[in-house]
Ligand binder design. Sequence first.
Ligand code: BV8
Length: 240
Amino acid sequence: MSRQRIVVLTGAGISAESGIRTFRDGDGLWEEHRIEDVATPQAWHADPMFVWRFYQARRRQMLEVEPNPAHEALADLAERHEELTLITQNVDDLHERAGNTSTIHMHGRLKTLRCERSGQTEVRMEEGDLKDEFLTCTCCAVAQRLRPDIVWFGEMPMHMEDIYAAVEECDTFLVVGSSGHVYPAAGLVNVANAAGAKTILVNLEAPVNADAFTEVHLGKAGEILPGVLKHLSEEDMQPE
Ligand code: BV8
């Protein structure tokens, strides 16, 4: 009896019940600016302190939030199912804090900062690292300014080779809490369908790419994901 290869892709919706605002619920603004206009290399170049404050506020918020039952259900699945690949569009560390230790962050992470000269990243989450002043690296002889270790709009997402390899090989592709607006993440369901995988969506409301999924479960991830995953594991136990 072969164990099914499961790939999970999460978006901002899985962290909503932990108190982290999603991009498209509410007004999706940061100080009256569209996030798509703040999370760009152009914005960083034009007004680095404005962009830096946007990320420092979100880095500070990470200290105040906790994983919710949806994060915990995925960590439990990882315990039971070694063929699980967890990919997230999110930049928070809630999957890791729930127990998923090998999460692929395709849009980067708030926890780490990146040297603008060497590209090296370092974890900087001490109290002194969370103020609004710029920070400098520890990797260069002459310390350089650190930027958020985030994939901005117009920048190449990370780990795409590993991501496509996992999705092209999977038997089940599950998306949790994503509006299906942002590419290439939103196109991964098409790669999974082309690979003959079963594609499942768990989301508060039908997203723009809902029709691409074999199964759609609408509701709050914290409330319905545990049941969906339990059913997935039971299926796995069925003899072929
Ligand atoms: C790329 C980090 C090419 C930032 C993010 C013009 C110029 C350049 C590129 C483009 C362009 N036009 C289009 C593009 C492509 C662009 C794109 O897709 N733009 C969109 C806006 C149209 N993509 C890119 O730029 C990507 N790069 O294309 O590179 C390239 C090629 C070669 C070489 C170089 C470059 C990079 C995209 C990554 C951008 N960075 N994040 C940050 O966090 O500050 S994306 C950002 O949006 C977040 O990471 C987030 O993950 C992502 C998607 O949003 P979602 O996660 O889906 O969140 P959203 O709020 O949208 O939806 C939440 C959902 O949850 C909702 O449906 C809601 O109903 C649901 N929900 C709410 N509560 C719950 C819930 N579900 C369940 N339970 C609940 N309780």
